[in-house]
Design a protein around this ligand. Sequence first.
Ligand code: GLN
Length: 489
Amino acid sequence: MTHLYELTIAQARDLLQRKEISSVALTQAVLDRIAALDPTVQAFLTVTAEAALAEARQADAAIAQGRTASLTGIPVALKDVICTQGVRTTCGSRILENFIPPYDAFVTRRLKDQQAVMVGKLNMDEFAMGSTTEHSAFQVTRNPWNTACIPGGSSGGSAAAVAADMCLASLGSDTGGSIRQPASHCGVVGLKPTYGRVSRFGLVAFASSLDQIGPLGKTVADCAEMLQAIAGHDPADATSAPQPVPDYRAALTRGVHGLRIGIPRSHFESPGLDPQVADTVRRAVATLEALGAVTVEVALPHTDYGVAAYYVIAPCEASSNLARYDGVKYGLRDGGSEELLEMYRATRSRGFGAEVQRRVLLGTYALSAGYYDAYYRKASQVRTLIMRDFAAAFEKCDLIASPVTPTPATPIGAHADDPLAMYLSDMYTLSANLAGIPGISVPCGFSADGLPIGLQLLGSHFQEERLLAAAHAFEQATEYHRKKPVLSL
Ligand code: GLN
């Protein structure tokens, strides 16, 4: 018999509904797992054990009375950028170290409506800026497949917790790849929805035109389940789409027969792409072909400029969004000075880490008078060209396949003195954010060192169903998602 913490959402729900297990037992198994492994993995910033067990008891009562919802009694965890009423939400930053939100994010509320059990809040790069989770102010999360390696980021805690069976599924946020990239590095499934599909209300803002919340899970079906719970219109987020929410579960079994998969040749020939990753992803595409998909070549000529455009636009938006952390309204205040400007300076110097300060400086510079046209405006024009590339590509194909990251997970500290190298590792993911389109990472193999590799599938706006169907078909035809990391305790 598998351990309870190893269950997928689908398996757990089945056992819960049939009353073969209780949510209290399942939640306790997950909490015990966290207690045993998290001192090593360090995925959690807060574990809400007592509240989780209380929610589990309520879930068991609901099951006994036949009042169930889609996630009744399922233990999940949230990236610490998502507000949780009464539960500390740090964003991985000293400046919000003691911030306890007086309200729930839209997605938190949705999970509660579905009677999910929240076991805790997950580590991340400070304000979601980074690709390694090394830029958390509190701890470095380890990759469960090799604890000397990064789990990816910025949703590194969300990916590592799922990979190590410390929750059944989690939520992350993706501004330039932060769900897909850690999912790929940790061998789990991660979905970034279309911009506007999921409300950003209660998501601490990094770059508002790019940020999107999405699920990480052990299987594609579990991601569909989580997306079903959190998708939908929210009047509190002006950018949330009034589009009806389709039945994502029903979409899973549609298969890939006849689907046209676009292959951007440039994405398989980029310098810096590890040949192991290229080969593994090519083999994954061949599997999709064997399942009935056809491949067509597509061109995405401007995505080469995606990194440059993103690292202007995202810091510009960040410098504006982070202006609110001034020691007055939220969180930390350095009270050493009576003088207002000095208080701001001291608070922000102490409260923000080096990477966040670098982004604020870059963004403030790029937006300042005289530079706006050269940087922000230019980057926005490039963004439009990238959107047009995707629109043209999706005339010829239904999905685009590519690597998620140019290499498997790197050793902790590898990019410590070289932020540019870290920025370049986002080359395959961030164009989807610039264009607002959805993307999924699904496990498709392992490196010679046993580190997971993901396949990225991108779709046109609001084509999550197609992504889920293709990823599910691939997963069902392969065994990669069944392999588990072996963590020595
Ligand atoms: N790695 C990218 C960055 O550092 C993306 C982060 C994200 O998606 N939140 O900005």
